[in-house]
Design a protein around this ligand. Sequence first.
Ligand SMILES: [Zn+2]
Length: 230
Amino acid sequence: MEVCCLGWAQVLLFMVYEFIRRFLRENDLTAPFEIPQMCFVSAALACSQLGVEKDRDLYLLEERIYTSSGMEGKFRKYLNNRTAVPFYCVDEVDQTRALFLSFSQHYQYFRAFKMLFVSDYSGGSTLLTDPQIMSAPEFSKAGKHLFADGNVSTGFASFEVDHMCNHFCHFFKLPTDYAVWDGIPKSVAVIPPVGSGSGVNVQTPIIIPSTGFTKAMDISDRTATPTTYV
Ligand SMILES: [Zn+2]
């Protein structure tokens, strides 16, 4: 599940940078502050070729983060998976990174119709690792989570209370009135089976616009009115 979380976290963080790029271009703006450039480590699964197939060892290989002697600096925890409140960092640059990652959660939460965001951001100056995907309770069943066990339900449920918008959220005009956001109707959310005990396939998109999917808004278009898909 760890490699699954890494893959999804990479994509969800990439979406944030893509949003930033489009927002600046479409509004002909330059950000008046530095935008931290961060990504998750590359990772792959490796399988031993020794012995019979069913007994072969499986290894998760991750790109190394040189935290002690390299450019990445010391290992930091920017946000954990119990709350959307970022850790306070004494170093000003680290604090900016923590706030940026907090902003990324706000965007992901909005863009995913209040259904998920990345948490447990930790790592070096630019490379992150070991994320968790926090998801709505609809994606958990009988104690089984769609992504991984680090999906702390209370951490997800308290996002709207815990998250404090910062200068990134304000500059990029993220919506702050959670009450008027429309979550995607449950009738059109394609939720993979959870709790079968045999693993959950989260390699395919979990949301498919179809009949009844209304009021979806493209956040990249600030002037757009809600779109109806039928
Ligand atoms: Zn915010």
